[in-house]
Design a protein around this ligand. Structure first.
Ligand code: ATP
Length: 321
């Protein structure tokens, strides 16, 4: 009996081989800007710096030890909000917290500190992907050592989106052949979806994100039609002025304060095929895709990690993350 591997699997294998012969360094553009924040900076000030630079995350630097001190992300701000909820009397002190206190905040609210994974830029990209999936990190810092001083050096940070876009741009010969519709692939989450309405408070939505360990909550109307999506990064403008008490206001108000250059929300249907999804990734900065039916009723969510996991692990004998 001769066994022929399914064609789909071969195409995915082509992409996996590509990821094994490219490095994280290859993903970086020719020139780029990297904002690194001093670990001694006040958390309050970090919010404004992120907003002014149009970014949602930054590596932290410990100047005393000249070393990388972790990655600041929206999860850290959500932790600060949880701290405020547990210790509302501390509001006066929250203003004085520095980025270096983030680890103490994690301890105080009882969350497991996120593992700070990093990769060397010259290691295979495949390794960075596997490590991201394993730790559920959405972005991974590239850390090198300076030849002369031997000290750590933050080269850049790569996100799941940058990797998927790199795959989409360089592997069109494979991705254009991924013609199966989402319905058949089972890609994404379709049951037990965490959702909210325009009247839910920002805090309700944040608590849902924490409970489910996810970074986006679809906002629906009373007929389960999709109106918007609240993302973890949306908390940044909410707390930039230190008005933590406003977090009990409706999420609809917070969404209306989004900046004008907000990229929008990407939807797709269960009949769309994976090649079309890769087309979208090639052309636009997608954070996730919300699956809706013809009447805009919510059906499911496809996160970038779902896509990355599929590309890396589908059909492998050992498909554990
Ligand atoms: P990002 O979307 O920021 O890249 P991620 O890829 O880790 O991050 P999450 O949004 O944290 O995505 O999703 C993790 C898992 O939870 C995925 O399998 C995704 O399909 C699922 N998921 C995402 N949002 C929801 C939701 N609102 N309800 C239920 N499950 C969700």
């Amino acid at each position: 009996v001769t066994y022929t591997r399914p064609r789909l699997f071969n195409r995915l294998r082509g992409i996996r081989e590509f990821l094994k012969v490219r490095t994280s360094y290859d993903v970086l553009p020719l020139s780029f800007r990297l904002v690194v924040l001093d670990n001694d900076l006040l958390i309050k000030k970090s919010l404004n710096i992120l907003i002014q630079n149009g970014i949602v995350s930054a590596p932290l630097w410990d100047t005393r030890n000249s070393s990388f001190a972790g990655l600041l992300t929206s999860t850290d701000y959500i932790n600060v909000i949880q701290y405020y909820c547990q210790y509302p009397d501390e509001i006066g002190n929250i203003d004085q917290f520095r980025l270096s206190s983030l680890r103490d905040i994690e301890k105080a609210i009882g969350v497991e500190p996120l593992e700070t994974v990093s990769v060397h830029p010259m290691r295979p990209l495949y390794e960075a992907c596997r490590r991201m999936l394993k730790t559920r990190a959405r972005r991974i810092p590239l850390i090198d050592n300076d030849d002369e001083t031997g000290r750590e050096m933050v080269v850049s940070v790569i996100t799941q989106y940058r990797i998927l876009k790199f795959i989409a741009v360089n592997n069109e010969k494979y991705t254009m052949l991924l013609k199966k519709p989402l319905r058949e692939l089972g890609l994404g989450t379709y049951t037990d979806l965490a959702t909210a309405t325009m009247n839910s408070s920002v805090l309700d939505v944040i608590h849902l994100m924490v409970k489910y360990n996810i970074s986006a909550i679809p906002i629906l109307d009373q007929d389960n039609k999709l109106l918007n999506v609240f993302e973890a990064v949306d908390v940044i403008p909410c707390i930039k002025g230190g008005a933590y008490d406003e977090l009990s206001s409706p999420v609809g108000d917070a969404l209306s304060r989004r900046s004008d250059d907000f990229a929008g929300i990407y939807t797709c249907s269960e009949d769309d095929r994976l090649d079309a999804i890769f087309d979208t990734i090639r052309k636009s900065r997608v954070h996730r895709l919300i699956v809706v039916d013809d009447d805009n009723h919510l059906r499911g969510i496809i996160s970038l990690s779902d896509i990355l996991k599929y590309v890396l692990l589908y059909g492998e004998e050992d498909d554990t993350v």
